[in-house]
Design a binder for this molecule. Sequence first.
Ligand SMILES: Nc1ncnc2c1ncn2[C@@H]1O[C@H](COP(=O)(O)OP(=O)(O)OP(=O)(O)O)[C@@H](O)[C@H]1O
Ligand SMILES: [Mg+2]
Length: 346
Amino acid sequence: MRERVVAPTVISPEDEKINISLRPERLQDYIGQKQVVEKLSVSLAAARNRKEPHEHILFYGPPGLGKTTLAHIMANEMGTRLVAASGPSLQRSGDLMGILTNLEEGDVLFIDEIHRLSPAVEEFIYPAMEDFKVDFIVDKGAFARVLNVPLKKFTFIGATTRAGLLSAPLRSRFGIFHHIDFYPQDELAQIIKRSAALLEIKIDDDACDELSRRARGTPRIANRLLRRVRDFSQVKGHGAIDLQAVNAALEMEGVDSRGLDDLDRKFLTTIINYYGGGPVGIETLAATLNEETDTLEEMVEPFLLLIGFLQRTKRGRMVSAQAYKHLNISVKPGLYPEDYGQESLL
Ligand SMILES: Nc1ncnc2c1ncn2[C@@H]1O[C@H](COP(=O)(O)OP(=O)(O)OP(=O)(O)O)[C@@H](O)[C@H]1O
Ligand SMILES: [Mg+2]
């Protein structure tokens, strides 16, 4: 897929380097997700009191909202190491064996994209999570023996953007679940201010507000847009980033007043122009747009659903009246008879 400035995932090594440098390291510096932070500070204090590793945690929610950041914070707060791996990179149980046996007491083992673990690795993990041991099979056929290897007590943290794809047995072995949700605009503005200070970028309050309105509720996007606007104003402008610079830079990037880009608009206008506004199945849409279904489900739909531009019904996706209005397209008469009065549509 082409690079999108509003992609919630990491898009380049440079992007990732800056992400890492902007990560808050302590729970008190983590902006927003108040309930999650409160609960974590209680469970952290309890674990510290008991002098035990923290319970296993699953963080789930859309990409770019701070799941990896929270896993690092947990290790920092417990004063332990974080050992990181990712689901797709662990295909055989042997891949995990070395990692598990090298863990020190209290370490955090963080596995990203945990819904993509292979079944063999999943089964291998169960006794590790439950009883801090692994059953390792050596030799083959008649000589096969099961070696029972004890492990140090560790905290397992899993992260996923697709909690629904997690198997029930794996899910049941987590003690704590935290849903990380999109950020409201005022919290995104705080995140942008913090990042600007760390990157030594000067930005006006109204420029910061405007950026936060267009960042799709996602800190990773907010940080990326901030850098693009900085580049723009370094070349074209002078001094602090102002509202004018934000507007001009984002127009150049094709990011509109609600944070939609070409792909979002194409997604919506395809439903409108080809399928009368919907309902239309996601597979059909993916084929029409020549995109992967997964891409649309993970990178386009969540935000359009959040802002009410899209509705998911049993019969498929439907574009809402607000989306028509935003796109400046007139609604077919009678399309929303119950919800909206005809004249209030546009
Ligand atoms: N609450 C927050 N306060 C400040 N910055 C944040 C916060 N949450 C996330 N960030 C910033 O957003 C960036 C992305 O966060 P992170 O990498 O933790 O996302 P993620 O949820 O793990 O995404 P993915 O699902 O793609 O792995 C980080 O670089 C961090 O700087
Ligand atoms: Mg992550």
